[in-house]
Design a binder for this molecule. Sequence first.
Ligand code: HEM
Length: 164
Amino acid sequence: MSVPPGIDTDRRRLRDSFAGAMRDPDAFGRTFYARLFALAPSARALFPDALETQQQKLVHALHVLIKGLDNPEPLEPLLRQLGARHVAYGAQAAHYVLVGEALIDTLNQLGEAPLDPEVRAAWSRFFGWVAAAMLDGAEHAQRRARAEARSGPPTLPLPLPQIS
Ligand code: HEM
């Protein structure tokens, strides 16, 4: 298990800038997806037409991550599971870079002041760790699915054990 690099120094920077930009969570969600789809128009088709629920889910996930920064180790398996689910959503490695960019742009735009270089670097380090854990989970899920496809459907051990 790993923790985000530099987290002891970055924790306060991440929390303060997050709180500043999250004063209106709906605006955060709207701004984030508008920016993401400006950077990656083809990603729009991966999402449902109505985005409100998705915006809320993303905002919620970010809150959970920022809240968990006091003890980040348990976040890693959650991120790996989230990444594994994203395989079916059609998320690709290149999208993660753009999601990170859209996130930092949103924090920059909605915060009380533009992000200073240390805060920006803190978010890059933190998001790098988030994306690495999600992509690792995605890769494992894909490898498992390929191995299962090769070995065929699971079979029952025969003879079946007696159930008394
Ligand atoms: C910081 C990284 C990310 C976070 C925290 C995040 C968070 C979430 C969450 C919480 C959900 C709700 C469903 C679930 O929990 O499984 C979700 C769904 C989804 N995400 Fe992400 N995501 C991230 C990166 C990405 C990337 C890189 C893409 C690629 C474009 C993406 C595309 C999607 C799609 C298409 C859905 C499903 C929408 C639907 O059909 O309802 N996400 N994401």
